[in-house]
Design a protein around this ligand. Structure first.
Ligand code: PRP
Ligand code: URA
Length: 209
């Protein structure tokens, strides 16, 4: 069974409240999503493996720790996942980036795929799949199905807000994928939007509504 890790640092909670506020416009919304994504990475990467390397300081030689092996891969789910990408890259600038394009059909509420381009050496990397919203879980589950075809070492899902319904679906369909979230909200409404949530993440990031 996968774990759901709630990252509720006070700075993250404060910024997430501003993100939720309907009066926060796209510029500030983007900046805040960027900042929260960076803060979350600190916790998401806590279990990265280290190795000892020899470095000479101005005083003497010594053995010190560095992150072992190839750096992470980041897979934003288009389009709203792009809003989290730069924030993650701030802390892991050498990560490779794959893209999975999915949108949720407003009638069926099922994910529709339109793009997939992943790093070629995905087998040697741990992947972070990022998307601000885990609602029904359909989009995240489909995106993870895509990336699993390429056999990455490990996958973590990083979201800003998760609904209990989405967590349940992910745990059932991908019991090997841990979920990192800054909030677990109450429920989905009749249109499968998260309540209280933040509205439509893509529209708020890009001002399309
Ligand atoms: C949003 C969000 C997730 C998905 C979550 O994307 O960014 O990808 O909905 O819903 P689910 O868990 O029920 O699948 P949307 O489909 O609005 O597309 P967009 O990112 O292009 O705006
Ligand atoms: N997608 C969003 O952008 N917001 C929700 O609340 C649910 C799905």
């Amino acid at each position: 069974m996968s774990q759901t890790i709630l990252i509720d640092h006070p700075l993250i909670q404060h910024k997430l409240t501003l993100i939720r506020d309907k009066n926060t416009g796209p510029k500030e919304f983007r900046e805040l999503v960027d900042e929260v994504s960076t803060l979350m990475v600190y916790e998401v990467t806590r279990d990265l493996s280290l190795e000892e390397v020899e470095v000479e300081t101005p005083i003497c030689k010594g053995k010190f720790k560095m992150i072992k092996g190839k750096k992470l891969g980041i897979v934003p789910i288009l389009r709203a996942g792009l809003g989290m990408l730069n924030g993650v890259l701030q802390l892991i600038p050498t990560a490779k980036v794959g893209h999975v394009g999915l949108y949720r059909d407003p009638e069926t509420l099922k994910p529709v795929e339109y793009y997939c381009k992943l790093p070629t050496d995905i087998q040697d990397r741990d992947l972070l799949v990022v998307d601000p919203m885990l609602a029904t879980g359909g989009s995240a589950s489909a995106a993870i199905n895509f990336v699993k075809e390429r056999d990455p070492r490990n996958i973590k899902l990083v979201v800003l807000i998760a609904a209990p319904e989405g967590i349940e679906k992910l745990q059932k369909e991908h019991p090997d994928v841990d979920i990192y979230t800054a909030a677990i909200d109450q429920k989905l409404n009749d249109h499968a939007y998260i309540v209280p949530g933040l509205g439509d993440a893509g529209d708020r990031l890009y001002g399309t509504k």
